[in-house]
Design a protein around this ligand. Structure first.
Ligand SMILES: NC(=O)C1=CN([C@@H]2O[C@H](COP(=O)(O)OP(=O)(O)OC[C@H]3O[C@@H](n4cnc5c(N)ncnc54)[C@H](OP(=O)(O)O)[C@@H]3O)[C@@H](O)[C@H]2O)C=CC1
Ligand SMILES: N[C@@H](CC=O)C(=O)O
Length: 431
């Protein structure tokens, strides 16, 4: 027998309208898969007077969340409005009223995932959040289900669509940062506050969620080393190409015997590395496991319909659970304590771009400093600088510990012949 499930939407913007569209266009497919008919009874918005397409003519548009959280007819809440603490309060209220939750909100899950999970367990509610990491790519489900038999050791990838879109356009079309950010906003990829994208925080939240789930540890957002893309210039993109690399904003989470390190930063990748060809708003995540070896997940990481696909798939998971009379969630209580890896244990290659005095001995002075910390070079190129009596130097080091590199950087800054250190990025690949 067909069952009618009533949904309350929190948010009817880019993702919310995509959810409405998929539920409408795939209505029969969803009925067939779940045995359920889905009705959207109400949607919470900031401005109910704004003209917009409604899910059905009878859908209530409201700016009072209680109209949804307290409505006894509503079975499932789909949260696609964003926000952290206020949204958390609303969802906790909804869970206490027995509502199942589907959310696309990584800000919320990275900060309050554990509390939401506990409340859902206590109240026998579902909690699903596939769209919170890498938009339309089912990477959370893959980690929680497909790879659940393995021990995950590393996850690495491009997990922010906006910055990947910006950097692709900068590299391919030489477009300036501000105009391409505006394009990404118009296309619905960027967060309400796009500084979260540009400064790497959005990617850091996603890497936090992946680390909690993949490593089964209560990893904290505050422990992620985060650098955004503001410091990347068209010169860096050009010199990186010359050295055989592309620059991408890469998240890396590693777990080995010396601890866990999670970072998000601009990274030079060898041109033939598969992540170098991930362009526009696309995302890709490598997951390494003891048994499986290497797997890669690729697809659209942002945008209306790709993100809504993940949200509606979560809703389908809830519908199936309701039919089975059970509850479930993509969360598990972390099993192991987190031991954050010391800087001395974190090894990477580095790219530097510097302006130096054009005089004999400058390069010697610099290499002498690096040698003191045991740092050697993979590649060095020099170019004339726009500034009189200066040269521009681009270097790629061999593997160096973060701690030693930082000491060498400080010593370099103290040299009279070093006029400025304009860029420092991580480099992947090779020793
Ligand atoms: N866009 C994307 O590609 C992706 C987004 N996400 C996540 O999905 C969520 C939604 O994103 P998106 O659809 O892009 O955002 P939008 O800004 O397009 O939509 C937000 C919606 O929520 C409503 N809203 C926001 N705050 C409130 C509030 N305090 N009270 C009532 N209504 C509110 C807005 O109302 P009104 O329409 O009146 O302004 C709007 O309808 C975010 O958590 C985002 O991080 C996740 C993956 C990809
Ligand atoms: N702003 C985010 C949206 C998806 O999570 C991004 O650009 O990736």
């Amino acid at each position: 027998m067909k069952q009618t499930i009533t949904v309350g939407l929190l948010g009817l913007g880019t993702v919310g309208s995509g959810v409405v569209e998929i539920l409408h266009d795939h209505k029969e497919r969803i009925q067939h898969k779940t045995g359920c008919d889905v009705t959207i009874k109400a949607a919470l918005v900031n401005d109910p007077s704004k003209k917009r397409e409604l899910p059905t003519s009878s859908t209530l548009l409201t700016d009072r969340h209680e109209d949804i959280t307290n409505d006894p007819d509503i079975d499932v809440i789909v949260e696609v409005m964003g926000g952290i603490d206020h949204t958390f309060t609303i969802l906790m209220e909804a869970i206490k009223n027995g509502k199942h939750i589907v959310t696309a909100n990584k800000d919320l899950i990275a900060k309050h995932g554990a509390e939401l999970f506990e409340a859902c367990q206590e109240n026998k509610c579902d909690l699903f959040y596939e769209a919170s990491v890498a938009g339309g790519i089912p990477v959370i489900r893959s980690i929680m289900d497909g790879l659940s038999s393995d021990r995950i050791t590393k996850m690495m990838g491009i997990v922010n669509g906006t910055t990947n879109y910006i950097m692709t356009k900068m590299a391919q079309e030489g477009v300036d940062f501000d105009s391409v950010l505006k394009e990404a906003q118009d296309l619905g990829f960027a967060e309400a506050d796009p500084t979260a994208d540009v400064d790497g925080l959005d990617a850091a939240r996603k890497m936090t969620i992946l680390s909690i789930l993949g490593f089964s540890m209560p990893y904290q957002l505050e422990d992620v080393d985060v650098k955004g893309i503001r410091g990347i210039s068209l010169e860096d993109i050009k010199y990186a190409e010359e050295l055989g690399y592309r620059i991408k904003l890469i998240g890396i989470a590693e777990n080995d015997e010396s601890g866990v390190s999670v970072s998000v930063e601009p990274t030079l990748l060898p041109i033939h590395h598969p992540l170098s060809s991930v362009n526009d708003e696309y995302n890709a995540v490598y997951v390494y496991g003891d048994a499986i070896g290497e797997t890669m997940f690729y697809g659209p990481g942002a945008g209306k319909l790709p993100t809504a696909t993940a949200v509606v798939s979560d809703l389908i998971a809830v519908l199936k659970n309701i039919r089975l009379g059970t509850t479930g969630t993509a969360y598990v209580q972390p099993q192991f304590p987190t031991q954050v890896k010391a800087k001395q244990q974190q090894w990477t290659k580095k790219y530097l771009r510097l302006q130096v005095q054009d005089q004999p001995g400058t390069l010697n002075e610099m290499t002498h400093i690096f040698a003191e910390y045991g740092i050697s070079f993979d590649q060095i190129i020099q170019r004339s600088s726009e500034k009189e009596d200066q040269r521009e130097i681009m270097m790629v080091t061999h593997q160096v510990s973060e701690e030693d590199f930082e000491k060498a950087r400080q010593d370099l800054e103290g040299l009279a012949s070093v006029k400025s250190i304009d860029s420092i990025f991580r480099v992947e690949g090779g020793n």
